[in-house]
Ligand binder design. Sequence first.
Ligand code: HEM
Length: 479
Amino acid sequence: MTSIADPPIDLRETARRAQIRIAHSDVPIPRDRRRDVPRPPGPSGLAVLRGFIAGGEAPWFMVELERDYPTLAHMRLLGDHVYTLTSPEAIVDVFIGHGRETMKGRGLQGTKAVLGNGLLTSEGEVHLRNRRLVQPAFHRDRIAAYARDMVDLTLAHEASWSEGQALDMQSDMSALTLTIVGRTLFGSDLAGDAHEIGESLAGLLEGMGRYLVLGPQVLRVPLPSRKRALESFARIDRIVERVIAQHRQRGDTGDMLSMLIAAEEDGAAFDDAQVRDEAMTLILAGHETTAMTLTWTWMLLSQNPAVAEWLHEELDATLAGRNPGMDDMAALPRTRAVVAEAIRLYPPVWIQGRRTLADVEVDGWLIPEGAITLISQFAMHRSPRWWTSSLTFMPQRWIDADGAFSEDAPGQPRGAWFPFGWGNRRCIGEQFAWTEATLVLATLAQRWRPELIPGSDVQPMPAVTLRTKSGMPMVLRRR
Ligand code: HEM
């Protein structure tokens, strides 16, 4: 288990331990040319302070940067040189073209204290090996099996809904997706602990939210949230360790944890510590993101009744009251388009960072080794440069000429749409997430039309994911 009091990050040492080979860019920048490569302009220190340190404004700050600096901007943040990339070409160039010359940024490095050497936080060769070992758990056949659990658990959850009931949709969807990831990951072993895990995760996410923007130094400040995060972490850790021990005794139970335990390459398997890190990563990465997708989807449907009607037409025609399954995915293009459009406007992962391990030249500008590059899904997905009626909830944009759902249908350039990240660090749970969000929405929206409580002030809050500041107050209405 990794200690919460990690030392400050030493870039070279971290790269060495993670076995990263620091490759050089295809076209190395000669030392004597460096002075000629201009540093891009950027916002004033005051603007950075307002936009980033004041946390809640960070997504809007990224929108402003995208508008005012159409390729990249430079700023100083807590001692780092930070470059925000705001053109699709620059984003593709750095995150894919130079992907292997970068490592995770300040925030995700910080979360190593909780997620250890799991997929999200490991680097280099260690990451590639982990990725190969975890990949079979996300094979199409496995997802088809998980899809049955997804629908069954949604139906069981639906039994707690009643006409006129007021609820916080954010907590409600988090409880549902936690149960789903708990079942698919751990089988039935987690059932009795789901409530405790849910509460602990809320405490953990609150502490980790600060990490992501400000870095691991923050956890050394004795804030009340630090104590809460540490306690939550210890509680989840105990449960996960117990479940791993039970699984080792019982053998393959067909869930993801069984696959992690059985995974091996060249005779080497995951040890308990690595299984624990992967399991912890999958619980965190796999439940909060989809919960937020569904939460924002319900809000947008409530605010756009004509779109809700368009969705209901499809559900009534295709499912006619029966429960959806994996085989229906292609026949539910509108449902999937609604999910995609919610992810466009409220991307659960709203910002991503990388630290450069070599000098990188972007469009004539130099991003020096050791700098942080930031890209924001929130800013790029909302930019009027790439999306028509960019702030309008218009799921129809995702339907192609043949009536099918297509991620290319809106005509945006590569680099303006990246909800699941890039390259070999792309989300391993992407198909799991599409399947889950589409099937949960199809199951519930057949019979329900939740309404946002009038007068509710719903504001996005950038934490680890894009949450809301004070929940999503809704009333349940039967269709
Ligand atoms: C709508 C839902 C989701 C969104 C928007 C999302 C988004 C992302 C993004 C942007 C990354 C890349 C992070 C980076 O490069 O810094 C990522 C990585 C990851 N996601 Fe997801 N994710 C979602 C659902 C899931 C689910 C359901 C799971 C697992 C069940 C999952 C597991 C992971 C893991 C393990 C990684 C690390 C992959 C690696 O580095 O090899 N995610 N996700």
